[in-house]
Design a protein around this ligand. Structure first.
Ligand SMILES: *Cc1c(COP(=O)(O)O)cnc(C)c1O
Length: 410
């Protein structure tokens, strides 16, 4: 008799999982209020300004500038921090494409440094080894919502006089030694795209404690105007990257729930990690002791059982899906993306200001590759808004498939 659901046995989990976004009449009212006010635009309205101030403060930053999405937030943050054509920016290969494509959009060169296999964040030692005379900045991505090692990254940045941009697109409410992410580096960025822990469908913000970077980001997002300048004066090269009042109204309303949601994700995430840690061959993302709050945008766990059991991750995951557990494999190493077969005869890779060549074809970053190719298994944030019983179902399914792994030996 088969025990596993994939072979006709009973499923661990029949029911559905929490869906996202979570909304109620107060969100509808917030949008209706903006419609009725006739102030749909951030220049005349109050909602974008109020959200910028509220969210910047929420992350311990002094300034916030709302933009249409998290990718644009990264481009503007890089430009506002003074990253120029031909500069190198060191970034993790284990993240969403925007962390690296934004660097290319800013005319700079992404230099990939490997991750720490346990925390899955960029390895400070790999960052230091990747520094050249062209390096201008480090992009610290807080992957899954878990802060990168900001102590080590800031120390390296000070030593080599580099800027630090925090890509906190997955890390709303996350804290490193008590301090909000997005306020530790020179600038931080967040996304409010539909899957993120705080959302208005699309949206983004740049946060900073640096007045000059804040003013420059404001100018870039507002077609190159300067604060206090004339309406048709454009001293800075910018674009129209403004957010609408409708989005800010939803964000202000959704932000009221974020503390409670983050607390719940932390409680459930810690509990699940503790249960999974007891299973031989399953290893959740290591939570650094200096992480005060993990945003748990993702819960990533490693599958390390292939050698011992002969069952590869993808087969294990099929058995988990049959048990009713929604796991996915996640990212590929970014430097394998087709976009990095960039034309060496055009900018930015062939940029005259760069004066070097970069070729991603032979790049091998083994920690990232192992994680992507055979280890990573993801659960997403909404699952962690569920109950203790939901966590037990997930852990029970992991235990069940591991205990009966002989049934799926290939
Ligand atoms: C979502 C995401 C982005 C991009 O945000 P968008 O709002 O989708 O443009 C950037 N970096 C990371 C790590 C992300 O997860």
């Amino acid at each position: 008799m088969s025990k596993l659901a994939i072979n006709g046995g009973p499923k661990v989990r029949e029911g559905s999982w929490p869906s996202w976004p979570i909304w109620d009449d107060s969100d509808c009212q917030a949008v209706v209020d903006v419609v009725r006010s006739g102030q749909w635009w951030s220049v005349g309205g109050t909602k974008v300004k109020e959200f910028e101030e509220t969210f910047a403060k929420y992350q311990d930053a002094a300034h916030g500038i709302c933009v249409p999405n998290g990718t644009i937030a990264l481009i503007v943050a890089l430009q506002a921090a003074g990253i120029k054509a031909g500069d190198e920016v060191i970034v993790s290969p284990y993240t969403f494409i925007a962390s690296a494509s934004s660097i290319v959009q800013a005319n700079a060169i992404p230099i990939f440094a490997d991750i720490d296999p346990e925390t899955m964040n960029i390895s400070p030692a790999a960052v230091e080894a990747a520094i050249t005379d062209k390096t201008a900045a480090i992009m610290a991505v807080h992957i899954a919502g878990m802060p990168a090692d900001m102590d080590a990254i800031m120390e390296i940045a000070r030593k080599y006089n580099l800027k630090v941009i925090e890509d906190a697109a997955q890390a709303h409410g996350a804290r490193w030694r008590g301090k909000g992410v997005g306020s530790i580096g020179d600038a931080g960025t967040f996304s409010f795209q539909a899957s993120k822990n705080l959302t208005s469908g699309e949206g983004g913000i740049i946060t900073t404690c640096d007045q000059q970077i804040g003013d420059m980001a404001w100018s870039i997002h507002n077609v190159g105007r300067v604060k206090g300048g004339e309406w048709y004066e454009h001293p800075v090269m910018g674009c129209n990257y403004r957010m609408t009042e409708f989005q800010a109204a939803i964000l202000l309303n959704q932000l009221k729930k974020l503390d409670a949601e983050t607390a719940r994700r932390n409680e459930n995430g810690l509990y699940l990690a503790e249960r999974l840690s007891k299973i031989d061959g399953i290893k959740p993302q290591k939570r650094d002791d200096r992480v005060t709050t993990h945003a748990y945008h993702l819960f990533i766990t490693r599958y390390l059982a292939e050698e011992k059991t002969g069952v590869p991750r993808d087969v294990f995951m099929k058995a988990m899906a049959a048990e009713g557990i929604p796991l996915s494999v996640g990212y590929l190493p970014l430097y394998r993306s087709g976009m990095f077969e960039l034309d060496q005869n055009s900018c930015p890779l062939g940029c005259g200001f760069y004066g070097k060549t970069v070729d991603y074809a032979d790049l091998r970053l083994p920690n990232c590759e192992k994680l992507c190719d055979s280890e990573a298994m993801w659960l997403t944030q909404a699952v962690f808004l569920g109950s203790r019983k939901d966590m037990d179902d997930i852990a029970d399914a992991f235990e069940k498939v591991m205990d009966n792994i002989n049934e799926i030996k290939v």
